[in-house]
Design a protein around this ligand. Structure first.
Ligand code: ZN
Length: 223
C-alpha cells in the first residue's frame, strides 16, 4: 500500500492538531522508510517478478525486521516513546504509536501472504487485494481522499505556500501512485531501494506544509 498510508497520516491530524503532518507521515510510513535501508544493507530482500500481483511486480521475499507484525509493534512503541520524551505529549505519543501499527494492518489487506507475524520461521499472511485493480483503487483511493478532506477540515493555509505546497504534494503522490501501477516494472531491486529512500523528501515536504498551515480549532471547536 502506498497512498493509503499517507491518507492515514492526513486524517489522524484531526485527533491531535499539535502533531505536525511530517511526524504523522513519518509514523504512518515508518516501516516503509526503514525498508529501503535494510534492502541496501542486504538484511531484507525484494525481487522484481512482473505478474506476481495485478498491481505490483514486487516479490517481498524477506522483510521481517521492517514488516513483521511483532517488529511493527516494537517500532510503534519506540516511535511513541521517543515522541513522548521529546514533546511530553502522551496523547500524541499514543496516537503516533498506533499510527505506526496501522501500516501493518493496511499492508495485510493488499499484500499477498508474504507478511510475517514475527522474525524467524513464521506464518505468512496477507489478503492479496493487489490482485484486484478495482478493490485496490477503492480502498487506497478512499483512505487518501478521506484523509485529504479531514486534513483540510482541521487546518487552513496561512499563506500561498500552505495552499500550493499542500496541493503540490497531493498531486505528486497521485502521479507516483499511477506510475507505480501502470508504469514499467523497476529495473532492479537496488533501484526500488533508492526510489523508496526518496520518500524522505515527502516527510520534509509535509513538515514544511504544516509550518505554512494552521489549525482551525479555536477554543476546542472547529470554526
Ligand atoms: Zn509497507
Amino acid at each position: 500500500m502506498f497512498i493509503g498510508h499517507f491518507g492515514i497520516g492526513l486524517g489522524v491530524k484531526a485527533l491531535d492538531q499539535r502533531i505536525s503532518l511530517g511526524t504523522l507521515f513519518l509514523a504512518a510510513q515508518f516501516v516503509d522508510l526503514l525498508w529501503p535501508s535494510l534492502l541496501l544493507l542486504g538484511v531484507e530482500t525484494v525481487e522484481i517478478e512482473p505478474g506476481i500481483t495485478k498491481l505490483t511486480p514486487l516479490n517481498f521475499v524477506s522483510y521481517p525486521i521492517s514488516h513483521s507484525l511483532l517488529m511493527t509493534i516494537v517500532w510503534g512503541l519506540l516511535f511513541g516513546l521517543t515522541y513522548w520524551q521529546l514533546r511530553k505529549n502522551l496523547k500524541g505519543a499514543l496516537i503516533l504509536g498506533l499510527c505506526v501499527l496501522t501500516h501493518w494492518f493496511l499492508d495485510f489487506v493488499v499484500h499477498r501472504p508474504d507478511l510475517p507475524l514475527h522474525p524467524g520461521e513464521s506464518l505468512m499472511v496477507g489478503l492479496g487485494l493487489w490482485n484486484s485493480v478495482a478493490g485496490t483503487l477503492v480502498v487506497e483511493g478512499l483512505l487518501f481522499v478521506i484523509g485529504i478532506l479531514v486534513y483540510l477540515r482541521v487546518t487552513k493555509a496561512k499563506n500561498r505556500a500552505g495552499v500550493l505546497g499542500f496541493w503540490g504534494l497531493i498531486a505528486f503522490l497521485t502521479v507516483i501512485t499511477i506510475s507505480n501501477f501502470v508504469g514499467p516494472p523497476p529495473p532492479s531491486a537496488t533501484a526500488v531501494a533508492w526510489v523508496s529512500q526518496a520518500q524522505w523528501i515527502l516527510i520534509i515536504w509535509a513538515y514544511w506544509i504544516d509550518m505554512n498551515r494552521q489549525t482551525r480549532v479555536a477554543n476546542g471547536t472547529l470554526n
